[in-house]
Design a binder for this molecule. Sequence first.
Ligand SMILES: Cc1c2[nH]c(c1CCC(=O)O)Cc1[nH]c(c(CCC(=O)O)c1C)Cc1[nH]c(c(CCC(=O)O)c1C)Cc1[nH]c(c(C)c1CCC(=O)O)C2
Length: 346
Amino acid sequence: MSGGKFLETLAGKRHPTPPIWLMRQAGRYLPEYRAVRSTTRSFLEFCYTPDKAVEVTLQPIRRFGLDAAIIFSDILVVPDALGQKVWFAEGEGPKLEALTDPSQFGRLSRARLQEHLAPVYEAIRRTRAELPRETALLGFAGAPFTLACYMIEGGGSKEFGKVKKWAYAHPESFKLLIDLLIDAVVDHLGHQVDAGADAVQLFDSWAGVLPEEQLFHWSLDPMVRIAKGLRVRHPHVPILAFPRAVGPAALMYRLPETFSALSLDTGIGAHWAAKEIQPHICVQGNLDPIMLVAGGEAMEREATRILDKLGHGSYVFNLGHGVVPQTPPDHVARLVEIVRNWKPSS
Ligand SMILES: Cc1c2[nH]c(c1CCC(=O)O)Cc1[nH]c(c(CCC(=O)O)c1C)Cc1[nH]c(c(CCC(=O)O)c1C)Cc1[nH]c(c(C)c1CCC(=O)O)C2
């Protein structure tokens, strides 16, 4: 099977040591990334230049021999493709021309999504052709609630006051946006699989800001609908879910029977996950990204603790969130070694 150990693990096959890849494995912590990045001012233009996207996708694979590559792109290409203005301000993160009124939904349209995102699909096609057969290629998208956060807040946020107020006070119009995003994300993931992605991951980075009922309604149900919609087109493609910071109870709500793997943030206990989640579904995670910055014995002890808890079941080694820019690349190389040399204790 192409895609090797990672895809086999998602399909239920056990290996002596788990596969490993890292969220945000391509990025500013790598000098070779910064070198390519510096050739394009606009981040979105960079994402839409297949030569460059392919190159930076392959960089961490060449350097560390990880079991999966994730296509270099961003979750905000979807609002961009729907017609919302998106840009990245130097040192400030993403900015969007915020939606302030439901009447503005009318300006968003899926009609040109495939055409607009053709460079992403081209980058996937070329990356798949260049990757070793045993390395899986992941496509991805932001889940509707996280996309709505950026679209309504106009960028990052601490309180998420605008998006939450809109969802609570005007659920009918918020639903229109979420429904549009469900369809757009199914389209985008479907095109990524058509282009050669072996599996896809849905990132709901901000799901954890919602209280329980709202979380089910605006984050988890839409994720389930996306998985079902994608399976109509691609019945066998593995789909991973990353509903960040939702707590243990919410993870058990409809996700284990719907997805191929659940990606755990650092707040989920590995021991609990081994007992309660792993019997139902493969888990991925959940080393603290700052352990990777710290390195040394602290990282080794913590990575081994997680491996001892989860490595006996269906498991993909990863972080609990993305690699941060201050990470020393040598620590990543060491982490890969720790995972590959791990020996189950019993
Ligand atoms: C919320 C979110 C975004 N983007 C993403 C998420 C979900 C995951 C998460 O919670 O971290 C996902 C993402 N963004 C990027 C990837 C590429 C693939 C990979 O993981 O290696 C992926 C999977 C590249 C990127 N996306 C971005 C960069 C840095 C910009 C640059 O290099 O100039 C990269 C490498 C920009 C971005 N894009 C986004 C933010 C908040 C930022 C600014 C913060 C930052 O700078 O790290 C939105």
